[in-house]
Design a protein around this ligand. Structure first.
Ligand SMILES: [Ca+2]
Ligand SMILES: [Ca+2]
Ligand SMILES: [Ca+2]
Length: 308
């Protein structure tokens, strides 16, 4: 049987193998350079997808507000104080809003709006909390810190009957279960993992949640501002969150223009930088001044997309 000669490499073959190693290293470097170009591009695509998701959600919130208006004849207010019967007496403005929403509301019967087991809370709802309350209904914060929302009772005199208020709570009324009279809402499918209570320290005990948009690790909730059917946006609803609603005008001008959405409402997401900025004049064709640069990525219901 013929034996095969042992395999040997010539000098040129060795150099050919070494050259292959150099080629490999060059290929690796090229791949790294390409990755360096690609990763930011992937990041930009991901950001655009996240922005599109928030834009779509703002559209769904608008639809939910329309459904609320169909039932109650007005857009949700964006600032109100709710009084459980054991707290202070109603201020005239808040009482007027409740009378508009529920003409048969009985102000003297017990209710536990925040489902915490008593009927003595005063609940100051800010602009972001109003969005959740009027689209979500009465609520409770459970022992693990998560929020639940229950819509409103269809009992026209007692819309705030709260299924979260249980029979072991003081002042329990069988009607608190309220399922017998039916419920309306929630008007929006909130993701309970995105409820947040940013003013828990200043308003302890009311537990009213606000809602974060879907940007990962978002910290600043949606801002919702009502024009009260065209009667006008209220600076009081803005609190210290922003200086003003968005208005049509040159951002460089100190003369404030008419507001966007003058007869309905503004919804504002802080965008991926988690900052709302101060608001005021905005024009799609004009740059925001340097001190308002954080507003460029805000997403609103009056511009399709981020502001710039
Ligand atoms: Ca309560
Ligand atoms: Ca709160
Ligand atoms: Ca922003």
């Amino acid at each position: 049987m013929k034996r095969r000669p042992p395999i040997t490499f010539s000098a040129s073959e060795y150099s050919r193998r070494a050259f292959t190693l150099i080629e490999l290293m060059i290929a690796i470097v090229i791949i790294l350079i390409l990755l360096g170009l690609l990763i930011p591009a992937i990041g930009a695509v991901r950001l655009r997808a996240q922005q599109a998701q928030v834009r779509a959600e703002i559209g769904n919130l608008e639809t939910a507000i329309t459904a609320f208006k169909t039932d109650f004849g007005m857009d949700p207010p964006s600032g109100i104080i709710l009084y459980e019967p054991g707290s202070a007496s109603w201020d005239p403005r808040s009482k007027g809003l409740i009378r508009q929403l529920w003409p048969q509301y009985n102000f003297s019967l017990p209710c536990d709006i925040n489902g915490d087991g008593d009927t003595s809370d005063t609940i100051f709802l800010n602009a972001g909390e109003c969005l959740v309350f009027f689209l979500g209904g009465v609520y409770e914060r459970t022992s693990d810190g998560t929020f639940r929302i229950y819509g409103f009772s269809k009992n026209p005199a007692r819309p705030f009957l709260n299924p979260g208020h249980t029979s072991s709570d003081p002042g329990f009324d069988a009607e608190y279960s309220a399922t017998n009279s039916g419920r309306q809402g929630p008007y929006f499918e909130f993701d309970i993992s995105r409820f947040v209570d940013t003013d828990a320290a200043t308003n302890p005990g009311e537990f009213a949640p606000e809602y974060l948009d879907s940007f990962p690790s978002q910290q600043v909730p949606y801002l919702y501002l009502s024009s009260y059917g065209g009667r006008g946006y209220r600076s009081g609803d803005l609190g210290t969150i922003m200086d003003d609603v968005y208005r049509q005008g040159d951002p460089a001008s100190s003369t404030l223009g008419p507001p966007f959405k003058p007869k309905s409402f503004q919804i504002i997401s802080p965008g991926s930088d988690y900052q709302l900025g101060e608001g005021g004049n905005y024009s799609p064709g004009k740059n925001l001044p340097g001190n308002r640069a954080v507003e460029a990525d805000n997403i609103t219901n009056f511009v399709s997309g981020s502001l710039q």
